[in-house]
Design a protein around this ligand. Sequence first.
Ligand code: NOJ
Length: 573
Amino acid sequence: MPTHFIRVTHARRVSLCAVAVLCLLWLAISCQTPTKPAAEQPHPWWQHAVFYEIYPRSFADSNNNGIGDLNGIASKLDYLKDLGVDAIWITPCFPSPQVDFGYDVSDYENIDPMYGTLADFDHLEKEASQRGIHIILDFVINHTSDQHPWFLDSRSSRTSAHRDWYIWRDGKAPGQPPNNWLSTFGGSAWQYDPKTKQYYYHYFYPQQPDLNWRNPAVKDAMFDVTRFWYKRGVSGFRLDAVDTLFEDPNLHDNPVLPGKDAYGDPIEENKYNDNLPEVHDVLRDLRKVADQYSAVLIGETWTDNIAELNRYYGDHNDELQLPMDFLFTMVNKLSPAEFRKRIAEVNSASGWPTFVISNHDIVRSYDRYGDGVHNDQIAKLMAGLYLTLRGTPIMYYGEEIGMKTTPPTRREDVKDPIGRRGWPKEKGRDGERTPMQWDDSVNAGFSQAKPWLPVPPTYKTHNVADELKDPSSVLSFYKKVLALRHSNEALLDGDYIPLNENDQNVLSYLRSYESEAVLIALNMSGTGQKTTFDLSSHGFSSARALIETGNSTANGNTVTLEPYGVFIGELTK
Ligand code: NOJ
């Protein structure tokens, strides 16, 4: 045998041995440290968290004055933990004249006495963090209250220190506002102030003057507000009305479109006072501050399409981590095709998806999708959807028990000013802000005093105490799905793979992660459905139920769904 061959063979043997040793080593290591569960993989905490929005006036009233408060929230933390909530977003609880129920802030660094004190906030924060629950505050960044000391000074004279903190302009002509811009809450967006004989700009109520974000002093002061709360343990902010931070400095008139709105005003395209590019400079800088505290920024971002949404993530993912995608809230019927389209769009976005189906400004999902007969079943169907998608869900208090939107029936009972102005076309937002239904006792266990808004009659049938005892309740369903979501790698991190895309009744998809997959099948129709899936093309042969409603079942690769039924199952080879 030629020597060179022996040498080569020997070398090959040596390298084969080395490979074998390495393989054994790898096997030994990988047996000792199995693939980490997805929840332990390096994801920022907010990607795997379930967020829950609390409207503090309506959640729990600890001092029995008819209005909820921070101690009330603290008393319900165990409930939230048990439900599967990881972060609570509390809508504004800062000192405020309450014209817009807190969205008119008169002091950004304190708590309104109606809700408690800073000490109560610290107590809530401590209790929440002991349970692993993060606190997110609402940052009303576009405007202040007209009672904020900055505005009081601003309006005091044309030369005051804070004059340029807001947007003041001369009228076009005597008695005429500077341009045609309208407030989204009705009427002109300009308010004449006789003291200094100029108009100030307000995108919302006249009591909510817009800050002038072109003034660096405004930026510095507002950024300091975020630092104040980060240092107190807050894990991030939901940024209110970010779309409208900037206006065209030349005040061009907005184009007028045909028709009138609920207030009888002309309809305008907000070309010059909405979605201006300058907002992204502010968001990038705000994110830099947030990053110093590992905080998350959620945006109230009303975008018309994914390109606009992408801009809020930032070109380098350096703006908002969770710009809220409201596209779901605009699908008002149970249409698999519509949802499929929206989900595909969100999945194509450049950042981590956020799913919202209800909040304090829109009719509850219970009524938007409910048919009046199967509402509880449909509430479970919607939970089966937004809690099993790839992304961060933001729940709204009461959705988990099937709370119903209950608007006032008489104009004189309306609390939300837009409801009084727009009645009867616009009844305001009282209907989706009613007190949380804790039990079937007087005032639904929310308060011993008369609540600020009436408790819907449904509290007798839909309340936390009763639903906790009933395994088939909406609440029990939410708890099951949330528990699964927290422990199942495919639901946490798996890819979204749409199935049977032409099915007009059943919305179905896989969440697939490494060798595991979960099948979700949601019957969006009022008739029973039998659906067969080509599971073998994904490497599986059958589905085993993890969570299902009523008589929904799987047999091999066929799922039978009751009307509005849900099937969530693990796939097996
Ligand atoms: C959006 C908030 O969600 C809404 O409730 C409020 O009225 C406006 N921003 C103005 O702050």
